[in-house]
Design a protein around this ligand. Structure first.
Ligand SMILES: CC1=C(CCC(=O)O)c2cc3nc(cc4[nH]c(cc5[nH]c(cc1n2)c(C)c5CCC(=O)O)c(CCC(=O)O)c4C)C(CCC(=O)O)=C3C
Ligand SMILES: [Fe+2]
Length: 375
């Protein structure tokens, strides 16, 4: 039996984008922060992170690699649709990519975003980008219908890739210290208002999603390693002004607290990132490592899901599942942990609060009424 993505005629991998060379850094940061009230001092600081790596973000190459693996996996299952990659903040820009897709005949596109967790930044903001592109293209007389697969933080493939990475990191630490070495899961900090808005009575918040998947990863990794793993969740990459509260603790703080409690070894697992983004190679591999060195803590950083085969297969399962749902079938939705599958279509008003301000721009892939929101 061949797999079908009917009714979709194309797949879009939608990501953040990043600079390719030093001259790109400032324009990229302007794109990211347009109208966001991020202080210049923070932008200069983040710019330095990019310059330290030659003005080039690792994210584009990682997306190209993921794109290639998605194409291979879909082809292996007999699916023959165009699979393209577009970004929110840098070339190849989303609107251009969608215009090309339309030109080549696509009318119904299924989107996969490179954020596993749901919050304004990882979900609704991408929906707003999609809406903006759809509306721009509609003005050009190009009609496109776009859906987005559900949040996949608790997908078995994503979890399996993270379990492998944690087990490998403990193996690198060596046999002796493992039982006493705590595991620190790390994700992107967000404003606490965004965190609160990401949860409702019927839906776990951004941090609760992380705690749920972290518990699932720990359970499986501990079983494989044959010892208990003490763990916690920490955050990195806070921005905004010092007066705006963001989710805490910061990972550097956590490292100091663990050292004070007697730890000598630590494993960092950046589950909040699907690949080795700048936050991972700078905020963790550079900054947090410096902290660990100063503290005399030996640190191993677990790999991100990247292009791990289980992860890629899980993403393709999600594409196939959503297509089946759209055909009116009732596909089984397999998840790990206590939270169950995320909604295919976001509820009205979902994740609208960004940093204390309710977003009022059109959003796709949700309640159709949200396409006609106006500024
Ligand atoms: C939750 C979350 C994810 C994870 C989910 C996901 O993966 O999407 C994420 C990913 C990313 N964030 C990235 C880069 C940046 N994010 C910024 C700013 C912000 N991020 C936020 C949140 C998140 N961001 C927030 C609440 C802000 C404040 C301003 C705003 O509300 O928009 C800024 C501006 C400077 C600064 O404030 O730090 C930059 C440069 C890159 C590219 C990295 C690379 O080049 O490898 C990636 C993948
Ligand atoms: Fe970010």
């Amino acid at each position: 039996m061949t797999t079908s993505l009917t009714p979709y005629d194309a797949v879009l991998l939608l990501s953040f984008g990043g600079p390719e060379k030093p001259e790109d850094v400032v324009p990229f940061l302007r794109n990211v922060t347009a109208g966001r009230g991020i202080p210049d001092s923070r932008l200069e600081e983040v710019g330095e992170h990019y310059y330290a790596f030659g003005g080039r973000s690792p994210i584009n190459d990682q997306n190209k690699a993921l794109l290639a693996e998605l194409r291979t996996e879909l082809a292996a299952r007999g699916v023959d649709v165009p699979v393209v990659w577009g970004n929110r903040n840098w070339d190849p820009y989303l609107t251009d990519v969608l215009r090309d897709l339309h030109e080549s005949g696509a009318r119904r596109v299924l989107t996969l975003v490179t954020s596993a967790f749901a919050s304004y930044s990882g979900c609704r903001q991408y929906r707003e980008n999609l809406a903006a592109s759809i509306l721009t293209l509609a003005e050009e007389g190009r009609e496109l219908a776009i859906d987005k697969v559900r949040a996949y933080f608790n997908d078995p493939g994503f979890v399996a890739a993270n379990v492998d990475a944690v087990v490998e990191a403990y193996e690198r630490l060596g046999a002796a210290p493992s039982p006493q070495a705590p595991l620190v899961f790390v994700t992107h900090s967000i404003p606490t208002t965004m965190e609160v808005a990401s949860g409702t009575e019927s839906r776990a918040s951004y941090s609760a999603q992380h705690l749920d998947v972290a518990a699932a990863v720990v359970e499986r990794a501990a079983e494989r390693l044959g010892h208990k793993i003490p763990w916690e969740l920490a955050y990195c990459s806070r921005s905004g002004t010092p007066f705006t509260p963001w989710t805490e603790p910061d990972v550097n703080r956590t490292l100091a607290a663990l050292k004070a409690d007697g730890a000598e070894h630590v494993v960092l697992a950046p589950i909040g990132f699907v690949s080795d983004h700048m936050e991972v190679i700078y905020d963790l591999d550079t900054e947090a490592r410096e902290t660990a060195d100063e503290l005399g803590l030996r640190m191993e950083r677990a790999a991100t899901a990247g292009t791990a085969p289980e992860f890629v297969a899980g993403l393709v399962d999600l594409l196939v599942e959503r297509a089946a749902s759209e055909r009116g079938e009732n596909p089984e939705k397999v998840t790990v942990g206590a939270l169950g599958p995320w909604r295919d279509v976001c509820a009205p008003g979902c994740c609208r609060l960004r940093a204390g301000v309710e977003s009022t721009v059109p959003a796709a892939c949700g309640d159709p009424a949200e396409m006609s929101l106006t500024r």
